[in-house]
Design a protein. Structure first.
Ligand code: F6R
Length: 244
């Protein structure tokens, strides 16, 4: 495991974007596993800036996203499809035919999970998976207690996650209660993992995840067993670690 300590969110974003761009340069047709949420926004902005400067080419890159809300169509502003288009895909030269997310509107959840698992395999597996960390230690939407053996599946979201997400929804709007997510198994099969974490409120859970016992009650703890894990976090998130 490599841990990079950044002074602040901006430096964390730049460092993580650097690792992603190195992946694209080394393998222009790589498969990137992407995440939504607040943490990666600075990374996506940095990648966009480098693309606009002519330093990055996304034309052969393929992407798969960790998760999507069940029930939300791609056009819904709260969907992760929409988030990805707005915050990255529409601003770089990526082929929209090769950006994949679970389909929130699929009529049969099981068929959709199988389709998504097969798709990841067909495109050659994930070269680099970007992950954020939930306040309860979730990764993707794998909430505490979820079995480590699962591939893509449909989950009922923890109350704390629904509450954390509700800040993004307008008052009166229904916050989805279920989501599709890559499972821990899917995530662990990625060749490289890049975990990005920012802010003091995640310091405790990050420390437990990386130094405590590996247990399904703290899903991110499994990352300790990944052979190629890089953690990029700011000083605040790393405040419980004794590293320079
Ligand atoms: C997002 C995802 C989630 C987030 C996590 C952290 O696709 O899968 O696991 O990475 O909830 O979210 P932020 O970055 O908003 O704190």
């Amino acid at each position: 495991m490599h841990i990079y300590k950044a002074t602040d969110y901006q430096e964390m974003s730049r460092k993580a974007a650097n690792i992603i761009s190195a992946q694209i340069i080394i393998k222009p047709d790589c498969v990137l596993g992407l995440a939504t949420g607040s943490t990666p926004l600075g990374i996506y902005q940095q990648l966009i800036d480098w693309y606009k400067k002519g330093d990055l080419d996304f034309s052969n890159v393929k992407t798969v996203n960790l998760d999507e809300y069940k029930g939300l169509p791609a056009e819904n502003v709260q969907s992760y499809h929409y988030f990805m288009k707005k915050n990255l895909f529409d601003q770089v030269n990526i082929n929209s035919e090769t950006t994949y997310l679970p389909d929130g509107t699929a009529s049969d959840s099981e068929t959709e999970c199988t389709r998504f698992n097969n798709l990841i395999e067909e495109i050659g597996g994930i070269d680099l998976q970007l992950l954020g960390l939930g306040h309860n230690g979730h990764i993707g939407f794998n909430e505490p207690g979820e079995s480590f053996e699962k591939g893509t599946h449909c989950v009922a979201l923890a109350q704390s996650t629904i509450e954390a997400n509700s800040r993004l929804f307008d008052e009166g709007e229904i916050v989805p209660s279920h989501a599709y997510t890559m499972g821990i198994k899917t995530i662990m099969l990625a060749k490289k993992i890049l975990l990005v974490v920012s802010g003091e409120e995640k310091a405790d859970i990050l420390h437990k995840a990386l130094t405590g016992p590996v247990t399904p009650t703290l899903p991110a703890s499994i990352l300790q067993l990944h052979p190629d894990l890089t953690v990029v976090a700011d000083e605040a998130a790393l405040s419980k670690f004794d590293i320079e």
